[in-house]
Design a protein around this ligand. Structure first.
Ligand SMILES: Cc1cc2nc3c(=O)[nH]c(=O)nc-3n(C[C@H](O)[C@H](O)[C@H](O)COP(=O)(O)O)c2cc1C
Length: 195
């Protein structure tokens, strides 16, 4: 699949068939993540491949409620987690992306006003992975609204690492419908912001 076609036709998939996913395809997806660029090539990402039904069910539970100011609602991707064959949980080592050399063993000295760039680096790896999945006929949906500390407990994520995002991986049961995008004229300016 052509890269631009993959970028434009990838959709968030929230219903999957129960068909198993080939190990080779998963490896190709993880490898695409591995080749993402990162701050100073720090590669803070760590990928946990979850196939165990009991662990998947526990992770699915962490998506059940999203707290809005006045109520709790289920995550729209909750249903996707039920029968999906694989979940990839993306974790990050904290304190390396965005940091200079700092004091060994001490607090990281961040180079920019943004502090730790782990969210940014993880996002680059995740985008590579979801495109690699789509190019191989597999569906994904990136999930940010879940109870990350709970997932860290379930997966025994050690101190110094955070669970950032996760995505189910399976054969799509439907073709996703593209939510509209802003026009380029709304997001691009010339020589000065907003012009
Ligand atoms: C950082 C991030 C977090 C997201 N979290 C969720 C989520 O918790 N639940 C969900 O159903 N979709 C989630 N999504 C998917 C977006 O809703 C989706 O990408 C967006 O509506 C555009 O649709 P498309 O992916 O089909 O182009 C997330 C996407 C991103 C990039």
């Amino acid at each position: 699949m052509d890269l631009f076609e993959a970028i434009k036709s990838r959709r968030s998939i929230r219903r999957y068939k129960t068909d198993p996913v080939d190990d080779k395809k998963i490896e190709t997806i993880l490898d695409a993540g591995r080749w993402a660029p990162s701050w100073g090539n720090t590669q803070c990402w760590r990928f946990v491949v979850v196939r165990d039904a009991a662990v998947k069910a526990k992770i699915a539970d962490t998506l059940k409620k999203i707290k809005l100011p006045d109520k709790e609602v289920p995550n729209p991707a909750s249903g996707a987690m039920n029968n999906v064959p694989v979940i990839i949980v993306v974790c990050a080592r904290i304190g390396s992306a965005g940091a200079g050399h700092g004091t060994p063993g001490g607090k990281p000295e961040y180079v920019t006003d943004k502090g730790d760039w782990f969210m940014f680096d993880v996002a680059l790896a995740v985008q590579n992975m979801v495109l690699a999945a789509h190019a191989q006929g597999l569906g994904t949906v990136i999930i940010g609204a879940f109870d990350a500390p709970q997932v860290e407990k379930i997966l025994n994520v050690p101190e110094g690492y955070r669970a950032v995002t996760l995505f189910p991986l399976g054969v799509p049961e439907h073709e996703g419908k593209a939510p509209p995008r802003k026009e380029l004229s709304e997001i691009v300016s010339k020589d000065s912001f907003g012009k």
